[in-house]
Write a protein that binds this ligand. Structure first.
Ligand SMILES: Cc1cc2nc3c(=O)[nH]c(=O)nc-3n(C[C@H](O)[C@H](O)[C@H](O)COP(=O)(O)OP(=O)(O)OC[C@H]3O[C@@H](n4cnc5c(N)ncnc54)[C@H](O)[C@@H]3O)c2cc1C
Length: 304
């Protein structure tokens, strides 16, 4: 049975892995993180829980709609909000799905039944140990892996730049009382706030606060205590309750400025090496899904 190593257990890697496993390929998914999900992340701190990466998922393609419906039927996702897109108001009101109990439930469900090794950073690629490799980290990290293995880095990837996001996870002493569970302030430094209790993620009042890209660019390498305090102060007028505890997280490669629209890409190597991830198909969870499917198709073609 041919085998494929997939680096990255986010939406792109897990989607590729499931599609390949369904075709009888022996798949191993490895991720440097402690858990699966990548930027679809949920963190627990005491009794509080926080979605601190992707907040919700919207659906525009038939294949992703089918995937979401299957996850809804399995009790893994549900519609959290129905709101118009800020970037595309012409699309009207869209359903926004969230993981039941947290966004990480979605990748956890996708990983079920697959061979997945977390806590495993990949640097050296062992070309003799597998028939094909799929790399799904954000572009700068994929470029690092290619370079470390003497493989050419495609010019298209070099040009990709990412926005960062600074996230603050705050536990409150009473419900946050955000209208419809979320706020997107009109001006910075806070871009988005979500009430994890309203979302059904946290048993106790808890807020996720995301910075604007501009604030993140200016503060990401500075003292986290200072930017955490600044974001909490800026968020304060928007929520009820007092903050009892707060922790922070840096998303250095939060969202790419531009994407390539090719689904996935191969690079010259001793065995088929396919590059995938949201940067190849749209800077959202759905883009990562589309890219994962494209990567699986490329691997199947190259192995046939
Ligand atoms: C703060 C924030 C908010 C967002 N909000 C939304 C939203 O509301 N809706 C939406 O649709 N999208 C949102 N996104 C974007 C969305 O999360 C991503 O587009 C999508 O999850 C990307 O999936 P991926 O599989 O391509 O990459 P990732 O999820 O980044 O997965 C890549 C994986 O590769 C692993 N990895 C990296 N390097 C190595 C290595 N050397 N060895 C092993 N493993 C490695 C990483 O640990 C990671 O798990 C948001 C992102 C952020 C950060």
């Amino acid at each position: 049975m041919p085998s494929t190593l997939i680096v990255g257990a986010g939406m792109a890697g897990l989607t590729a892995a499931r599609a390949l496993a369904a075709e009888g390929i022996d798949v191993l998914v490895v991720d440097k993180g402690r858990a699966v999900g990548g930027r679809m992340a949920t963190r627990r701190i005491g009794d509080a829980a926080f979605d601190h990466g992707a907040q919700h998922v919207s659906v525009r393609t038939d294949a992703f709609a089918d995937e979401m419906q299957r996850l809804v039927d399995d009790g893994v996702t549900r519609v959290w909000l129905r709101t118009p897109s800020v970037a595309h108001p012409e699309r009207g009101v869209e359903a926004r799905y969230a993981g039941v109990g947290g966004m990480r439930r979605i990748p956890e469900a996708l990983a079920a039944g697959l061979a997945v090794k977390t806590g495993t950073p990949v640097d050296r690629l062992e070309f003799a140990a597998t028939d094909a490799i799929v790399l799904t980290p954000p572009a700068p990290q994929t470029m690092g892996i290619l370079a470390a293995n003497g493989l050419a880095v495609p010019d298209e990837l070099v040009a990709i730049e990412y926005d960062a996001t600074l996230a603050v996870m705050a536990t409150l002493d009473e419900p946050a009382d955000l209208p419809d569970g979320h706020v997107a302030p009109a001006s910075g430094p806070v871009a988005w706030m979500a009430d994890n209790q309203h979302k059904g993620v946290s048993a106790v009042p808890s807020l996720t606060i995301h910075s604007t890209a501009e604030f993140a660019a200016a503060h990401i390498d500075r003292d986290p205590e200072a930017w955490t305090k600044a974001l909490l102060e800026a968020a304060r007028p928007h929520h009820a309750g007092g903050v009892t505890d707060a922790v922070s997280h840096r998303w250095r490669f939060s969202q790419p400025h531009s994407t390539l629209g090719c689904g996935a890409m191969t690079v010259g190597a001793p065995i088929p090496v396919v590059l995938a991830g949201e940067v190849f198909a749209g800077a959202r969870v759905e883009g990562a899904h589309i890219s994962g499917l494209a990567a699986a198709e490329m691997v199947l073609d190259l192995l046939s």
